[in-house]
Design a protein around this ligand. Structure first.
Ligand SMILES: O=C(CO)[C@H](O)[C@H](O)COP(=O)(O)O
Length: 151
């Protein structure tokens, strides 16, 4: 899978995230503090990674900041992006399954190395639910997105 990754801070867990995604065979594109010379403000680098997904340059993205909140807020402003801030594997599983999330947001502060691997395992193992009610919810979010674009 093609995965864009962003972090506003060059923290060990962000480097580990890059290495772990590569080890799993993903093609990784780095933004922010993970790419020399790139804009590393959390709003800018989260937007860049999210735009990769929205524009088809990446299949999914993982966006990071110290809390994970700014990264998820910025990513969610990009049309077509459903970013989910996940602090554990159960949340990551639900985000993929029920929300059809296409961007994973992580807190650099909270995500330890074992937790990171658990979250990634759950995120990549889960498939979006085909249950009609779940699809209706995701479609409804898409309509909210479209309405915001048109307003
Ligand atoms: O969590 C964050 C945003 O949600 C940032 O990582 C946090 O604000 C730190 O940024 P800075 O190093 O610029 O003070």
């Amino acid at each position: 899978m093609r995965i864009s990754v962003s972090s506003d801070m060059d923290e060990p867990v962000a480097r580990l995230l890059l290495a772990e995604l590569q080890r799993r065979g993903h093609a990784v594109r780095a933004h922010g503090a993970l790419r020399p010379g790139a804009d590393a403000q959390w709003a800018a680098c989260s937007e860049a990674a999210a735009r990769d997904v929205a524009e088809g340059a990446a299949d999914q993205a993982v966006v990071c900041c110290w809390t994970g909140t700014g990264a998820s807020i910025a990513a969610n402003k990009v049309p077509g992006v459903r970013a989910a801030l996940c602090a554990d594997a159960v949340t990551a599983d639900g985000a993929r399954r029920w929300n059809d999330a296409n961007v994973l947001a992580l807190s650099l502060r909270l995500t330890s190395e074992p937790l990171l691997k658990e979250i990634l395992d759950a995120w990549f193992a889960a498939e979006p639910s085909q249950d009609p009610e779940d699809r209706q919810n995701v479609a409804r979010v898409g309509r909210l997105d479209a309405a915001r674009r048109d307003s």
